[in-house]
Design a protein around this ligand. Structure first.
Ligand code: SF4
Length: 374
């Protein structure tokens, strides 16, 4: 089956944020960006037989793909079969998008903007090492509307060191005041090997305790939900009809093709990752050496665990019928005894042939999922 969902990774940023563990490197040289774009075009050609003639979503993530020139984006987008329903998302760093560029992105075909806002408090942004101010976010958002974007997502990081409950509430209120269609809200993670993890270890940075982080997350959810921006996945909220097609496909266990250095793909039960350095990725594109041909299909147990884990992230839960059909199996006979304790204490609910977490129990997601699948 050909894929209708494509992710494109653009690994360059203005500067490296100290908490970030994505594959991203600080390179502002537009010649490097152009060369990278040329290799992307070659990689798209390499996968002609894998990509559907018409796609449902195209997602430019990073890194900071808004560093690409609108012309370059247009050239990439033109290589795909796009319909009026295709969701084309561009992640935007507020420091990289003035009104002209935003008009250019819209003209290029982008119809969804995901703004890496993270916080509306300059002190938080400084702690996070972000290359923009709160004022830049407001301006970027307003300019995105002026440029014609009707589908805007804002990112929020909860639990920035030193954050108070009042600050968390302020951030959530700023978001509902701005009235975006979509919000991604994540509790700050201190990933191994990042400068933040080292500072945590040295004691120069103090993490909020888990309960406080969860309390701030719940406060945020409550404020968003009251204004009709409702949770549809553990960290994602949207107005009705504005759920991300790209992300929903991943949680629904759909096929997707990842292009660019370090991008992940999942096609027909086979998962692979492109080389994690730009030079190695260039080499693999020229030699057509990356890809699913070299990867064995994952074993059934791994695939089933992923299916359950991704399904339970959604507030609508995991379809038991779909699981049974996908794996030609009986979910309740296989996992029933592990689920039973959670059914008794009502952390997990089964209704309409879907299994889902109680909406108030997302805080124990990891525990529930690992008890069920391991
Ligand atoms: S802008 Fe985004 S991708 Fe780039 S370093 Fe910061 S968090 Fe990472």
């Amino acid at each position: 089956m050909k894929t209708r969902h494509v992710y494109i990774h653009f690994p360059f940023c203005i500067a490296k944020c100290p908490y970030c563990d994505f594959f991203s490197i600080p390179v502002s040289d537009s010649c490097v960006h152009q060369k990278y774009k040329d290799y992307l075009l070659r990689e798209i050609s390499n996968y002609g037989s894998v990509i559907s003639d018409e796609i449902d979503s195209l997602y430019f993530g990073g890194g900071t793909p808004s560093l690409l020139e609108p012309d370059a984006l247009s050239e990439i987008i033109s290589r795909f079969g796009i319909s009026c329903d295709t969701e084309i998302t561009l992640e935007v760093n507020p420091a990289t998008a003035d009104l002209d560029r935003l008009f250019g992105f819209r003209e290029a075909g982008v119809n969804r903007i995901s703004i890496g806002s993270q916080s509306f408090i300059n002190r938080d942004l400084k702690t996070l090492g972000r290359s923009h101010s709160a004022e830049d976010i407001y301006e970027c958002y307003e300019n995105s509307r002026k440029a014609g974007f009707k589908n805007i997502s804002l990112d929020l990081i909860i639990g920035v060191p030193g954050q108070s409950a009042a600050a968390a509430v302020f951030n959530a209120n700023e978001i509902v005041e701005m009235n975006p269609e979509h919000v991604s809200a994540y509790i700050l993670t201190f990933y191994d090997k990042t400068p933040f993890a080292k500072e945590l270890y040295n004691g120069t940075l103090v993490k909020l305790d888990d309960d406080t982080e969860m309390e701030f997350f719940d406060l945020t959810s409550e404020i968003l939900e009251k204004k009709g921006i409702t949770k549809y996945e553990i960290s994602n909220f949207s107005k009705k009809g504005f759920e991300s097609k790209h992300n929903s496909n991943t949680w629904n266990y759909g096929n997707y093709l990842g292009l660019g250095a370090s991008a992940h793909s999942f096609v027909n039960g086979i998962r692979w990752k492109n080389p994690g350095s730009v030079e190695n990725w260039f080499y693999s594109v020229v030699n057509k050496s990356a890809g699913y041909k070299e990867n064995p299909k994952e074993d059934d147990r791994t695939l089933k665990s992923e299916f359950v884990m991704l399904g339970l992230r959604k507030t609508e839960g995991m379809s038991i019928d779909l699981f049974n059909k996908y794996f030609d199996s009986d979910f309740l006979s296989e996992y029933g005894s592990r689920i039973e304790p959670y059914l008794i204490n009502k952390a997990v609910i089964i209704s309409d042939n879907c299994i889902k977490l109680d909406p108030g129990k997302f805080g124990i997601f990891n525990t529930v999922v690992s008890d069920i699948i391991f």
